[in-house]
Ligand binder design. Structure first.
Ligand code: FES
Ligand code: FES
Length: 229
């Protein structure tokens, strides 16, 4: 008598085991999925609540300080948080993203705009201090018909940019530099543009652009369509 299990019996056991294993695995997977689904539901709801809460959070630049400022010829009556920078208000509140946030510490010039015709680092300028002022950003220097400002055109003509991140600030500073009478020599241009850094090193082109645009600006009216500071 042979007590050795027959091969079919062994296979049957193995099949049973595999079937049992597969069934138990499937059941476990289904249970896990169900658990995950149940767990995910509150998580998703929490995420939705968080999103809703985030959108309900007050704009950090809004506050109680009344500020009436004219930006690129348009008067804005704002209620501002007293510590909000002009740069943040321009970018986040008014949607004027031309002025760039490079360092946010007054060291790079990427945020340069004009306030009552004077160039300022908008990251260091409290927005509430512009109450009653006229602010011009890079969005406001072109002519009403869309013609580029001579300085903008000159930057293009002289390839005075690479990545372009510093360019709005460079152009605003360059316009001011010429209007201040500080573009009468290469050395003077370098000196009075030294607060505007270019990580791409496009300084040679920037110098050429300003040198070329200066006489063209002199031939223009001081203000074009009231859009210039
Ligand atoms: S971002 Fe204002 S000077 Fe750099
Ligand atoms: S063009 Fe790139 S930082 Fe000036």
């Amino acid at each position: 008598m042979n007590n050795t299990p027959t091969r079919p019996a062994a296979n049957a056991g193995a099949a049973l085991n595999r079937r049992t294993f597969m069934m138990s695995t499937a059941a476990a997977t289904a249970a896990t999925a169900a658990t995950a689904t149940v767990a995910a539901a509150p998580a998703a709801a929490a995420a939705t609540d968080a999103t809703a809460a985030a959108s309900a959070v007050a704009n950090p630049y809004e506050g109680t300080s009344d500020t009436r400022v004219t930006v690129n010829g348009t008067l804005h009556a704002l209620k501002l948080e007293p510590r909000a920078s002009l740069l943040d208000v321009l970018r986040e509140q008014l949607g004027l993203t031309g002025a760039k946030k490079g360092c946010d510490h007054g060291q790079c010039g990427a945020c340069t705009v004009h306030v009552d015709g004077r160039r300022v680092a908008s990251c260091l300028t409290l927005a509430v201090k512009t109450d009653g002022c006229a602010v011009t950003t890079i969005e406001g220097v072109e002519a009403p018909d869309g013609t580029l400002h001579p300085m903008q055109q000159s930057f293009i003509d002289h390839d005075a940019l690479q990545c372009g991140y510093c360019t709005p600030g460079q152009v605003m500073a360059a316009i001011a530099c010429v209007r201040e009478g500080h573009a009468t020599s290469d050395a003077q241009i370098r000196e009075y543009m030294s607060g505007n850094l270019c990580r791409c090193g496009a300084y040679a082109g920037i110098l050429e652009a300003i040198r070329d645009a200066a006489p063209k600006m002199a031939a223009e009216p001081r203000s074009r369509g009231g859009r210039h500071a």
